[in-house]
Design a protein around this ligand. Structure first.
Ligand SMILES: CC(=O)N[C@H]1[C@@H](OP(=O)(O)OP(=O)(O)OC[C@H]2O[C@@H](n3ccc(=O)[nH]c3=O)[C@H](O)[C@@H]2O)O[C@H](CO)[C@@H](O)[C@@H]1O[C@H](C)C(=O)N[C@@H](C)C(=O)N[C@H](CCC(=O)O)C(=O)O
Ligand SMILES: Nc1ncnc2c1ncn2[C@@H]1O[C@H](COP(=O)(O)OP(=O)(O)OP(=O)(O)O)[C@@H](O)[C@H]1O
Ligand SMILES: N[C@H](CCC[C@H](N)C(=O)O)C(=O)O
Ligand SMILES: [Mg+2]
Length: 487
């Protein structure tokens, strides 16, 4: 068992009351999960304040309390440690408690609005193919080697991160690729981790409900790169207008990739079809099984990271050609009558535009493109009209529908989406709130050779309505209806 003082290493402490030599059984930030001899870390949240639960935590057996705001009463049987930032303290305590696992493997963090899951998952695939045991922390799932665990967040809390990293180290993983969300950075979930490298994809409109301004959102992402060690690497996208800014105060080795400009790693799409594209990366050609400019960009980031982590260029190119698309990311099926149905997680204006652009680059224009799309409830409202405009501008027919309305009125969300449709495109859409019916209608309307894009939910297997998650999967639905209509 560890002593309290052992896990306080690197924590910025203001005051201590009681003994730090007590032995601690576990660390928790939720009073409901406290067990005998636990350390309870009181965090200020968005809904409630952990400081209100200090007494409850002590009642449940906490032996030590880490806090920012001094509690009204102190007990002699409990050790109290005052810190100026409980989230930062939690990050260090979690790392110490699990023996600083991030220092024992090569940890790479991927951040940006879009592409994190794709890059992290494909890097996991690539290094596994290269013969290593690899960890993954992503929106879709957590992997310790090939062993799979469910993911609840894009970037989990510090305790969960370090618990899994420790498990990865124990299992013999040499690498871990993790998504680093802006919420994760802002809440210091990744603060005490030793990153071998960081990757920046792009920055566009999202989460302004949480970060308030774009500048704040951008600076949160930048702070991740500011904190990278000199001995690590920072890979950034020269095609994004914030790609250089994000590395301005970064002291790590900087490497830029681009499909538009001159850069350390330059790529070009030579040819593109539904089943893949031919890429030229730094003057070497490679056929890959993914499509779209955005995936070419993701593959450049992957190529750069893999070579930076020590794999040979030829070996990396060989593995790149075997990588398969990530679940719910431009995942497609072709039906009996050659209708192509694509399920994609595009839930931001930028991602929706990219997916529709990719489709227009490949389509023949002898067919129709149907788009089924909605916007999540209790999330950024500003993106709704923008997504409404983009969907109707770039598809022949759009069916607006619900995507996790959560606690909002789905019809109000739909009105906000519709408000963005430009006058000349109002005849291009219909609105069907029920997502089953919306997908069914698209399948009914589509004829031989048409394309149906179902955007926003990707891999998700639920529709969240008023706190209840009902089973729902876009791919299952579209396959079911295409079969039902014998298409
Ligand atoms: C807005 C946000 O990020 N919220 C996260 C935050 O919760 P919170 O600040 O609201 O916490 P709270 O419920 O107010 O409670 C405050 C503190 O009191 C404690 N408490 C509370 C009640 C009690 O009885 N006892 C007790 O001790 C809580 O454990 C907590 O420490 O801290 C919690 C613990 O780590 C997270 O689970 C929670 O994520 C919620 C579920 C969430 O939805 N987060 C999303 C927005 C998120 O983080 N998304 C990003 C990326 C999304 C993307 O890029 O698309 C992600 O990384 O997943
Ligand atoms: N590099 C990219 N640039 C723009 N759009 C992208 C890029 N990569 C993927 N996309 C689009 O964004 C969607 C989400 O991709 P992905 O899941 O990889 O992103 P993410 O950053 O993990 O998102 P989240 O914030 O939800 O975790 C994809 O389905 C695709 O439409
Ligand atoms: N990680 C994102 C995913 C959004 C996916 C979309 N289907 C929605 O529910 O809005 C979020 O929770 O904001
Ligand atoms: Mg993700």
């Amino acid at each position: 068992m560890k002593k309290l003082k052992d896990i306080l290493y690197k924590v910025s402490i203001d005051a201590v009351r009681g003994s730090t030599s007590v032995e601690v059984s576990d660390i928790v930030f939720d009073s409901r999960k406290v067990s005998q001899n636990c350390v309870f870390i009181a965090q200020k949240g968005t809904l409630s304040n952990g400081h209100d639960y200090i007494e409850k935590a002590v009642e449940n057996g906490a032996i030590a309390i880490i806090y920012e705001d001094t509690p009204a009463t102190f007990l002699d049987t409990v050790t109290y440690v005052k810190v100026n930032d409980a989230n930062d303290a939690l990050a260090h305590i979690a790392s110490n408690f699990y023996n600083n696992p991030s220092e024992k493997l090569a940890l790479v963090g991927i951040t940006g609005t879009n592409g994190k899951t794709t890059i992290a998952t494909l890097l996991h695939q690539l290094f596994t193919r290269a013969g290593y045991k690899v960890g993954l922390l992503s929106t879709v799932k957590i992997l310790v080697g090939e062993e799979e665990y469910p993911a609840t967040h894009t970037t989990p809390d510090s305790i969960t991160i370090n618990r899994y990293l420790n498990q990865m180290v124990q299992a013999g993983c040499s690498y871990c690729f993790m998504e680093v969300s802006s919420h994760g950075i802002a809440q210091k979930r990744t603060a005490a981790l030793a990153f071998k490298g960081g990757i920046f994809t792009n920055l566009s409109h999202d989460h302004l409900d949480y970060h308030k301004t774009f500048a704040e959102y951008r600076n949160v992402k930048k702070s991740f790169f500011d904190s990278l060690a000199k001995t690590s690497f920072a890979i950034s996208n020269a095609d994004d207008k914030n790609g250089t800014y994000i590395l301005q105060n970064c002291s790590a080795k900087k490497i830029m990739y681009s499909i538009q400009n001159v850069a350390d790693v330059h790529g070009k799409i030579i040819e593109s079809q539904f089943n893949g594209m031919l890429l030229n990366i730094n003057n070497q050609e490679v056929w890959v099984q993914l499509i779209g400019k955005f995936n070419a960009s993701n593959l450049l980031a992957i190529y750069t990271a893999a070579t930076e982590l020590g794999l040979g260029k030829e070996e990396v190119l060989l593995h790149l050609s075997t990588l398969k698309s990530v679940s719910g990311r431009f995942q497609f099926i072709v039906s009996k009558t050659k209708i192509t149905a694509i399920v994609d997680y595009a839930h931001t204006p930028d991602a929706l535009e990219n997916v529709l652009k990719t489709i227009s680059e490949i389509r023949t224009f002898n067919e129709q493109v149907f788009t089924v799309v909605g916007c999540g409830g209790n999330r950024d409202k500003e993106k709704r009209p923008v997504m409404g405009r983009i969907a109707t501008e770039m598809s022949d027919t759009v069916i607006f529908t619900s995507d996790n309305p959560r606690n909002e009125d789905p019809f109000e969300i739909l009105k906000e989406i519709e408000s963005g449709v430009e006058a000349q495109n109002t005849n291009r859409y219909i609105t069907i709130e029920d997502r089953h019916q919306a997908i069914k209608t698209a399948c009914k309307m589509a004829t031989q050779g048409d394309i149906i894009l179902i955007a926003g939910k990707g891999h998700e297997d639920y529709q969240e309505i008023k706190g209840v998650k009902h089973h729902f999967n876009d791919m299952e639905e579209v396959i079911k209806f295409l079969n039902e209509f014998n298409k």
